[in-house]
Design a protein around this ligand. Structure first.
Ligand SMILES: Cc1cc2nc3c(=O)[nH]c(=O)nc-3n(C[C@H](O)[C@H](O)[C@H](O)COP(=O)(O)O)c2cc1C
Length: 164
């Protein structure tokens, strides 16, 4: 079984969740940032899991990424903007029929503002949903993840394998 967990992550929280989800899925699963998840990397995948952070109540956008880069809060950690947003990655993704699941990271409810958008995009491209969109919680604007979230991400990953 081949599974690819693709993520956008400016400060590492979504990356950590993605790695934990891949661990939970187990053998055959890798976590890749958007810039490393090209068509060749996805070829033959049975399961695609896609995740990104919520900014301003939505998936990140060119505008929020631009604002974060150009108008950082005093003391804000430097963001990693080296790869495309998950939104741009989804736009470039060819149609397919693999199973998928989606997640986001965010500080507060209503949860899952980003993950449902990812799910909608993937469904429109023909992919098959195997789980409800999931949200993982960070404490504070830049993290860290709330205690227990990485364990929950591993369990969620294991449940995705079981759902295939
Ligand atoms: C400019 C900005 C806007 C944010 N807006 C929201 C928001 O609307 N809702 C929310 O729950 N979290 C919000 N957050 C928290 C982010 O979701 C959190 O930083 C994200 O999970 C970090 O993921 P990353 O480390 O993978 O980039 C915001 C953070 C920043 C810096």
């Amino acid at each position: 079984m081949k599974a690819v967990v693709v993520y956008e992550s400016l400060w590492g929280n979504t990356a950590a969740v993605a790695r934990a989800v891949a661990e939970g899925i187990g053998e055959g699963a890798v976590a890749l940032p958007t810039k490393d998840a090209g068509a060749d990397d996805l070829a033959g995948a049975d399961l695609i899991v896609a995740g990104g952070p919520v900014f301003a109540f939505h998936l990140s956008s060119e505008r929020t990424r631009h604002d974060i880069a150009e108008h950082p809060e005093p003391g804000a950690p430097a963001p990693d903007l080296s790869g495309p947003s998950i939104r741009d990655w989804l736009d470039a993704l060819p149609s397919g029929t693999a199973a998928f699941a989606s997640f986001d990271t965010e500080v507060r409810g209503p949860f899952g503002k980003g993950a449902p958008t990812i799910a909608k995009e993937l469904e429109e491209k023909g992919y098959r949903r195997v789980a409800k969109p999931e949200g993982f919680i960070v404490q504070g604007k830049y993290g860290p993840l709330k205690d227990g979230e990485l364990d929950r991400a591993r369990r969620w990953g294991a449940s995705l394998r079981a759902a295939l």
